[in-house]
Write a protein that binds this ligand. Structure first.
Ligand code: CU
Length: 126
């Protein structure tokens, strides 16, 4: 009974919350990448997470990072989380990266409902 009631409430609330997000989002700008770790073009020892900091808050469910090696294979990543009031996306790397170049592809949805995307490369040195 309680579960059914909760479910009905959440179904009813979803459009209300979405509407509130859209209205409050009008004043916000798009989420632009401000900083990243590893940084663009950086040559470092194997990192254990990808940290991307944006100018606006993100929607975690619609924000994703893909890390691709020079062999074209995607690196295995753990579940991402948000920090810094939702503006920093932290994605743990499951594997120990071998030396070589890696491309970070990211696409995010900011709380104002706008999508942005980009990519950059970093190098893992032995
Ligand atoms: Cu925007």
């Amino acid at each position: 009974m309680k579960t059914a009631l909760r479910w009905r409430t959440s179904v009813w609330m979803a459009p209300v919350l979405l509407g509130a997000l859209m209205i409050s989002g009008q004043a916000l700008a798009h989420a632009h990448l401000k900083a990243s770790s590893p940084g663009e073009g950086e040559s470092i020892s194997a990192p254990h997470e990808i940290t991307l900091s944006f100018s606006e808050g993100l929607e975690l469910a619609f924000s994703e990072v893909d890390v691709v090696g020079t062999d074209g294979n995607s690196v295995e990543l753990d579940e991402a989380r948000l920090q810094d009031g939702g503006r920093t996306l932290v994605t743990p790397i499951s594997d120990e990266l071998e030396s070589g170049s890696y491309d970070v592809h990211w696409h995010v949805l900011s709380v104002d409902g706008h999508k942005t995307q980009g990519q950059y490369r970093f190098d893992v040195s032995p």
